[in-house]
Ligand binder design. Structure first.
Ligand code: FAD
Length: 491
């Protein structure tokens, strides 16, 4: 009897373009498909509440897909090494395949597993598949990792992106399937209270749904992506981020599908090119995390360790609940709470508001997003929070302070986004929808808005908050020997 092979599913919850799974199937041995819920690694970022909700749906979908091809998903709880060794002992498997990870604990964990299993004569085979380019393949001329996006992007242009591999047509299970935990027993879904109604309305986890979403993006939004992607009131982006994060679709699948559509249209599709560039931003974040594992916890720029942050629980709570009195910020925070997702433009404005208007450490915002985003991704979340804070590798300058009123007027000119998520302001005319405090009393009354009652007054004054933020950055620059006063830009 041939000894089985284990494919250890991690952030690769798909059958198509999964080189590690394909190699396991190609070995000809009976396949044991395993997912291990490992929440035991000290210091690791355990999945947040919205991610746990997604994971439940994604595992259920993966099991259904495997069963349609003759297999099934075995669920076990971690530590991963112990769980894998136990399955090896139970089944006599001689091989384990998996897709490599890039977080701070991934490489040491993978090395320890390979070593331990190797001692028992079990071969561990590690594959790529989560990225377009492995971190080792993109480096500066002197072999160092890039810190800045533009040269990184340029360097990737010279690299080939191989074609995705098809899903295995059939899966041969072992004669006796190993015992599996019951997914419901993992309690990944919220119960009391069940806050996930908005997530259920908005999302459909799983590989099939990911493919459907990519096709919908291609037919409905890609052409206008270059401009619409900045307008939160339109469905102008792909919403593929959670599917990509959980590996329900691979970046190579997206890349080649979009390139194919571009070629069919003569190769001049501005929207498609802009989308491919965003996929490279995703690569860049992961490369940063791979090379600088402290990215989620510590500022990339050391001088920000001395930043005079404020601990202000009341303001932080107002930000989390969408009660800051700045409509575009509140709309974003409420969209996040309801759907587990927030539009990228509004993420930037809301993050900037927390960091610069409230002087609350970026790590607090990062942790809130981690818990509430269905696409919470260690690399993308950390890199983007650091970018907004101005302390990242390739960051927006700290003195660039988003003006939430101007941002709203520019990117949500008719107020459609604010009206949807802050319905108590929906009757205000466009002119005042992003600054209700500027509306004359008669207009507020006609719109049934009572500031401080039906909707909050701004919790900080923009001009004063901006000055305070600039003074704070001047303080760290002075203490680090920088001298010149930062130039203020208001966007
Ligand atoms: P699209 O516009 O359709 O983009 C396609 C894909 O490109 C995305 O799915 C994503 O994988 C990638 N991408 C797009 N923008 C970025 C970016 N700025 N950085 C890295 N990759 C990008 N993205 C996450 O996936 N997880 C996070 O936890 C996360 N946290 C963020 C926190 C802040 C403060 C900010 C400003 C941005 C964050 N982003 C994060 C990046 C971006 O907002 C989301 O990727 C995007 O909004 C997801 O929606 P979409 O799939 O429709 O994106």
């Amino acid at each position: 009897m041939t000894a089985p092979v284990i494919h250890w599913f991690r952030h690769d919850l798909r059958l198509a373009d999964n080189p590690a799974l394909s190699a396991a199937v190609a070995s000809g041995a009976p396949l044991i498909a395993v997912f291990i819920l490992d929440e035991t690694t000290p210091g690791a970022w355990a999945p947040g509440a919205a991610s746990r909700w997604w994971l439940h749906g994604s595992l259920a979908a993966l099991d259904r897909t495997l069963r349609r091809r003759g297999g099934a998903l075995t669920l076990r709880r971690g530590p991963a090494l112990e769980a894998l060794m136990k399955i090896v002992r139970e089944t006599g498997a001689r091989q384990v395949t998996f897709t490599r990870g890039y977080g701070p604990h991934a490489a040491p964990q993978e090395a320890a597993i390979a070593e331990e299993l190797g001692r028992d004569g079990v071969a561990c085979r590690r594959f790529g598949g989560a990225l377009l380019f492995e971190p080792e393949a993109v480096a500066t001329k002197d072999g160092r990792p890039f810190r800045v996006f533009t040269p990184f992007h340029k360097a990737t242009r010279a690299l080939e992106i191989s074609a995705p591999v098809p899903a295995p047509a059939a899966i041969h299970p072992p004669s006796r399937a190993p015992d599996s935990d019951v997914l419901d027993d993992w309690a990944l879904l919220p119960t009391k209270p069940d806050w996930s109604g908005g997530l259920r309305e908005s999302w459909n986890p799983g590989e099939e749904a990911a493919k459907t979403r990519l096709e919908a993006f291609l037919s409905d939004a890609m052409e206008r992506y270059g401009t619409d992607r900045d307008h939160p009131g339109t469905a102008g982006t792909s919403r593929l981020a959670p599917h990509l994060h959980f590996g329900e679709i691979g970046p190579r699948q997206c890349w080649h599908r979009i390139r194919h559509a571009m070629d069919a249209g003569g190769g001049r599709d501005v929207g498609a090119a802009a989308f491919l560039r965003e996929l490279v931003w995703r690569e860049f974040s992961t490369h940063l995390l791979h090379h600088w594992p402290s990215l989620p916890d510590r500022p990339f720029r050391d001088d920000f360790e001395r930043f005079p942050w404020r601990d202000d629980d009341a303001s932080r709570a107002a930000w989390q609940r969408g009660q800051t009195g700045y409509p575009i910020v509140d709309a974003g925070m409420r969209e996040l709470w309801h759907t587990g997702w927030m539009h990228n433009r509004v993420r930037m404005v809301a993050a900037s508001f927390l960091i610069k208007h409230l002087l609350i450490p970026w790590q607090r915002g990062e942790a809130w997003f981690w818990d509430t985003l269905v696409d919470a991704d260690l690399a993308n979340n950390a890199a983007n929070w650091q970018w907004v804070a101005g302390c990242g590798a390739d960051a927006a300058p700290y003195f660039r302070i988003f003006n939430p009123v101007l941002q709203g007027q520019k990117f949500d000119a008719d107020g459609a986004y604010v009206r949807r998520w802050v319905p108590e302001l929906s009757k205000l005319p466009d002119k005042f929808i992003h600054q209700p405090w500027a509306a004359p009393a008669a207009i507020l009354a006609a719109a049934e808005v009572s500031l401080g009652d039906t909707y909050p007054q701004p919790i900080v004054d923009h001009a004063a908050a901006r000055q305070r933020a600039l003074a704070a950055v001047a303080q760290i620059r002075a203490s680090s020997g920088g001298g010149t006063e930062p130039r203020s830009t208001c966007l």
